[in-house]
Ligand binder design. Sequence first.
Ligand code: SAM
Length: 207
Amino acid sequence: MINVIQKYFPELTEKQLALFDQVEKLYPQWNEKINVVSRKDIDELNVRHVLHSLAIAQYVKFVQGTTVVDVGTGGGFPGIPLAIYYPQCRFHLIDSIGKKIKVVQTIITELGLKNVTAEQVRSEKHTNKYDFVVSRAVTAFPKFVTLTRHLVSSKNKNAVPNGILYLKGGDFEEEIKPFKNKTSVVKLSDYYKEAFFDTKKLIHLTR
Ligand SMILES: C[S@@+](CC[C@H](N)C(=O)[O-])C[C@H]1O[C@@H](n2cnc3c(N)ncnc32)[C@H](O)[C@@H]1O
Protein backbone atom coordinates (compact mmCIF):
# COMPACT_ATOMS: atom_id res chain seq x y z
CA MET A 1 0.00 0.00 0.00
CA ILE A 2 1.37 3.36 -1.00
CA ASN A 3 -0.70 4.93 1.83
CA VAL A 4 2.35 4.67 4.05
CA ILE A 5 4.23 6.96 1.64
CA GLN A 6 1.34 9.42 1.45
CA LYS A 7 1.11 9.46 5.24
CA TYR A 8 4.62 10.89 5.53
CA PHE A 9 4.60 12.90 2.29
CA PRO A 10 1.10 14.41 1.99
CA GLU A 11 2.44 16.93 -0.54
CA LEU A 12 2.86 14.25 -3.26
CA THR A 13 0.86 14.92 -6.42
CA GLU A 14 -1.50 12.43 -8.08
CA LYS A 15 1.17 11.84 -10.71
CA GLN A 16 3.82 11.05 -8.12
CA LEU A 17 1.46 8.75 -6.22
CA ALA A 18 0.69 6.93 -9.47
CA LEU A 19 4.45 6.48 -10.02
CA PHE A 20 4.97 5.05 -6.53
CA ASP A 21 2.04 2.74 -7.17
CA GLN A 22 3.81 1.58 -10.35
CA VAL A 23 7.07 1.09 -8.40
CA GLU A 24 5.23 -1.17 -5.98
CA LYS A 25 4.08 -3.33 -8.90
CA LEU A 26 7.26 -3.25 -11.00
CA TYR A 27 9.86 -4.34 -8.45
CA PRO A 28 8.30 -7.69 -7.50
CA GLN A 29 8.07 -8.50 -11.23
CA TRP A 30 11.72 -7.60 -11.83
CA ASN A 31 12.87 -9.34 -8.70
CA GLU A 32 11.61 -12.64 -9.99
CA LYS A 33 13.98 -12.30 -12.95
CA ILE A 34 16.98 -10.77 -11.22
CA ASN A 35 17.34 -10.35 -7.49
CA VAL A 36 17.81 -6.58 -7.26
CA VAL A 37 16.09 -6.26 -3.89
CA SER A 38 16.56 -8.84 -1.13
CA ARG A 39 13.66 -11.30 -1.23
CA LYS A 40 12.66 -10.80 2.37
CA ASP A 41 12.41 -7.04 1.78
CA ILE A 42 10.25 -7.10 -1.32
CA ASP A 43 7.00 -7.44 0.66
CA GLU A 44 7.99 -4.38 2.62
CA LEU A 45 9.16 -2.43 -0.42
CA ASN A 46 7.40 0.82 0.47
CA VAL A 47 8.80 0.99 3.99
CA ARG A 48 12.22 -0.63 3.58
CA HIS A 49 13.12 0.85 0.22
CA VAL A 50 10.88 3.76 -0.74
CA LEU A 51 10.45 5.48 2.64
CA HIS A 52 14.05 4.68 3.54
CA SER A 53 15.25 6.37 0.33
CA LEU A 54 12.93 9.34 0.92
CA ALA A 55 14.50 9.99 4.35
CA ILE A 56 16.87 12.20 2.35
CA ALA A 57 13.84 14.31 1.32
CA GLN A 58 12.92 14.63 5.00
CA TYR A 59 16.40 15.98 5.74
CA VAL A 60 16.71 18.48 2.87
CA LYS A 61 14.32 19.88 0.27
CA PHE A 62 16.52 20.17 -2.82
CA VAL A 63 16.03 23.34 -4.85
CA GLN A 64 15.12 23.11 -8.53
CA GLY A 65 18.11 22.15 -10.67
CA THR A 66 20.03 20.33 -7.93
CA THR A 67 22.21 17.55 -9.36
CA VAL A 68 22.58 14.24 -7.56
CA VAL A 69 24.56 11.05 -8.14
CA ASP A 70 23.44 7.80 -6.50
CA VAL A 71 26.59 5.70 -6.04
CA GLY A 72 26.09 1.91 -5.87
CA THR A 73 22.43 2.26 -6.74
CA GLY A 74 21.88 -1.52 -7.08
CA GLY A 75 18.21 -1.83 -8.02
CA GLY A 76 17.73 1.95 -7.93
CA PHE A 77 17.77 2.93 -4.25
CA PRO A 78 17.76 5.63 -3.09
CA GLY A 79 17.89 7.19 -6.59
CA ILE A 80 14.54 6.15 -8.10
CA PRO A 81 12.25 7.24 -5.22
CA LEU A 82 14.19 10.51 -4.94
CA ALA A 83 13.87 11.15 -8.69
CA ILE A 84 10.09 10.69 -8.40
CA TYR A 85 10.00 13.01 -5.40
CA TYR A 86 12.14 15.67 -7.13
CA PRO A 87 11.04 15.92 -10.79
CA GLN A 88 12.86 19.28 -11.08
CA CYS A 89 16.26 17.84 -10.09
CA ARG A 90 18.64 15.66 -12.12
CA PHE A 91 19.72 12.22 -10.97
CA HIS A 92 22.51 10.00 -12.27
CA LEU A 93 22.48 6.43 -10.93
CA ILE A 94 25.73 4.50 -11.10
CA ASP A 95 26.77 0.97 -10.22
CA SER A 96 29.79 -1.14 -11.08
CA ILE A 97 27.58 -4.10 -12.09
CA GLY A 98 26.17 -3.92 -15.61
CA LYS A 99 23.16 -6.20 -15.12
CA LYS A 100 21.91 -4.04 -12.23
CA ILE A 101 22.19 -0.92 -14.39
CA LYS A 102 20.26 -2.67 -17.19
CA VAL A 103 17.37 -3.37 -14.81
CA VAL A 104 17.48 0.19 -13.49
CA GLN A 105 17.42 1.56 -17.05
CA THR A 106 14.38 -0.58 -17.84
CA ILE A 107 12.61 0.63 -14.70
CA ILE A 108 13.39 4.26 -15.60
CA THR A 109 11.91 3.69 -19.07
CA GLU A 110 8.83 1.87 -17.75
CA LEU A 111 8.18 4.67 -15.25
CA GLY A 112 8.79 7.27 -17.97
CA LEU A 113 11.16 9.28 -15.77
CA LYS A 114 12.92 12.03 -17.74
CA ASN A 115 15.16 13.36 -14.97
CA VAL A 116 17.17 10.16 -14.38
CA THR A 117 20.03 8.46 -16.20
CA ALA A 118 21.91 5.29 -15.24
CA GLU A 119 25.43 4.17 -16.07
CA GLN A 120 27.70 1.22 -15.37
CA VAL A 121 30.80 2.81 -13.89
CA ARG A 122 32.80 2.61 -10.67
CA SER A 123 32.63 5.82 -8.66
CA GLU A 124 36.45 6.08 -8.61
CA LYS A 125 36.46 6.27 -12.42
CA HIS A 126 33.56 8.70 -12.67
CA THR A 127 34.61 12.34 -13.03
CA ASN A 128 31.41 14.45 -13.22
CA LYS A 129 30.54 16.80 -10.35
CA TYR A 130 27.23 16.93 -8.51
CA ASP A 131 25.71 18.94 -5.67
CA PHE A 132 25.15 15.74 -3.68
CA VAL A 133 26.27 12.12 -3.59
CA VAL A 134 23.46 9.99 -2.16
CA SER A 135 23.85 6.34 -1.28
CA ARG A 136 22.80 3.42 0.87
CA ALA A 137 24.66 0.39 2.11
CA VAL A 138 27.69 0.36 -0.20
CA THR A 139 30.70 0.03 2.09
CA ALA A 140 32.21 1.28 5.36
CA PHE A 141 31.88 5.05 5.58
CA PRO A 142 35.60 6.01 5.45
CA LYS A 143 36.07 3.89 2.30
CA PHE A 144 32.91 5.33 0.76
CA VAL A 145 34.24 8.85 1.33
CA THR A 146 37.50 7.96 -0.44
CA LEU A 147 35.55 6.49 -3.36
CA THR A 148 33.15 9.41 -3.85
CA ARG A 149 34.39 12.68 -2.38
CA HIS A 150 35.75 13.89 -5.74
CA LEU A 151 32.18 13.84 -7.16
CA VAL A 152 30.93 16.72 -4.99
CA SER A 153 30.96 20.20 -6.55
CA SER A 154 31.95 23.27 -4.55
CA LYS A 155 29.08 25.65 -5.41
CA ASN A 156 26.33 25.37 -2.78
CA LYS A 157 22.75 26.23 -3.71
CA ASN A 158 20.72 24.34 -1.10
CA ALA A 159 19.78 25.00 2.52
CA VAL A 160 22.44 22.50 3.58
CA PRO A 161 25.97 22.46 2.11
CA ASN A 162 26.88 20.14 -0.76
CA GLY A 163 28.26 16.79 0.24
CA ILE A 164 27.59 13.10 0.81
CA LEU A 165 24.22 11.91 2.14
CA TYR A 166 24.72 8.32 3.25
CA LEU A 167 21.98 6.04 4.62
CA LYS A 168 23.42 3.62 7.12
CA GLY A 169 22.25 1.32 9.91
CA GLY A 170 23.87 0.19 13.12
CA ASP A 171 26.65 1.63 15.18
CA PHE A 172 29.22 3.56 13.15
CA GLU A 173 30.52 5.97 15.78
CA GLU A 174 34.14 4.86 15.15
CA GLU A 175 33.75 5.04 11.37
CA ILE A 176 32.78 8.70 11.36
CA LYS A 177 35.33 9.84 13.96
CA PRO A 178 37.87 10.96 11.34
CA PHE A 179 35.23 13.30 9.84
CA LYS A 180 33.77 14.54 13.11
CA ASN A 181 33.79 18.27 12.34
CA LYS A 182 32.19 17.80 8.93
CA THR A 183 29.41 15.32 9.69
CA SER A 184 25.88 15.55 11.01
CA VAL A 185 23.96 12.40 11.87
CA VAL A 186 20.15 12.19 11.91
CA LYS A 187 18.18 9.31 13.41
CA LEU A 188 15.48 8.20 10.97
CA SER A 189 13.20 7.39 13.91
CA ASP A 190 12.88 11.20 14.15
CA TYR A 191 11.04 11.02 10.82
CA TYR A 192 9.27 7.64 10.79
CA LYS A 193 7.59 5.58 13.49
CA GLU A 194 7.99 2.10 11.89
CA ALA A 195 10.29 -0.16 13.95
CA PHE A 196 12.46 -0.77 10.85
CA PHE A 197 13.86 2.76 11.25
CA ASP A 198 14.84 2.39 14.92
CA THR A 199 18.47 1.63 14.03
CA LYS A 200 18.69 3.60 10.77
CA LYS A 201 20.52 6.88 10.34
CA LEU A 202 21.49 9.45 7.73
CA ILE A 203 25.03 10.81 7.67
CA HIS A 204 25.67 14.16 5.98
CA LEU A 205 29.33 14.82 5.27
CA THR A 206 29.93 18.30 3.94
CA ARG A 207 32.51 18.87 1.26
C1 SAM B 1 24.55 -3.68 -1.06
S1 SAM B 1 24.30 -3.00 -2.65
C2 SAM B 1 23.21 -1.63 -2.26
C3 SAM B 1 22.34 -1.27 -3.41
C4 SAM B 1 21.40 -0.11 -3.17
N1 SAM B 1 22.12 1.11 -2.87
C5 SAM B 1 20.41 -0.42 -2.07
O1 SAM B 1 20.56 0.10 -0.97
O2 SAM B 1 19.46 -1.20 -2.31
C6 SAM B 1 25.83 -2.17 -3.01
C7 SAM B 1 26.01 -1.82 -4.47
O3 SAM B 1 27.12 -0.95 -4.61
C8 SAM B 1 27.81 -1.27 -5.81
N2 SAM B 1 29.17 -0.70 -5.68
C9 SAM B 1 30.09 -1.00 -4.73
N3 SAM B 1 31.19 -0.23 -4.87
C10 SAM B 1 30.95 0.60 -5.93
C11 SAM B 1 31.70 1.64 -6.57
N4 SAM B 1 32.92 1.98 -6.15
N5 SAM B 1 31.15 2.28 -7.63
C12 SAM B 1 29.92 1.94 -8.08
N6 SAM B 1 29.17 0.96 -7.51
C13 SAM B 1 29.67 0.30 -6.45
C14 SAM B 1 27.71 -2.77 -5.89
O4 SAM B 1 27.85 -3.24 -7.22
C15 SAM B 1 26.28 -3.02 -5.35
O5 SAM B 1 25.33 -3.04 -6.40
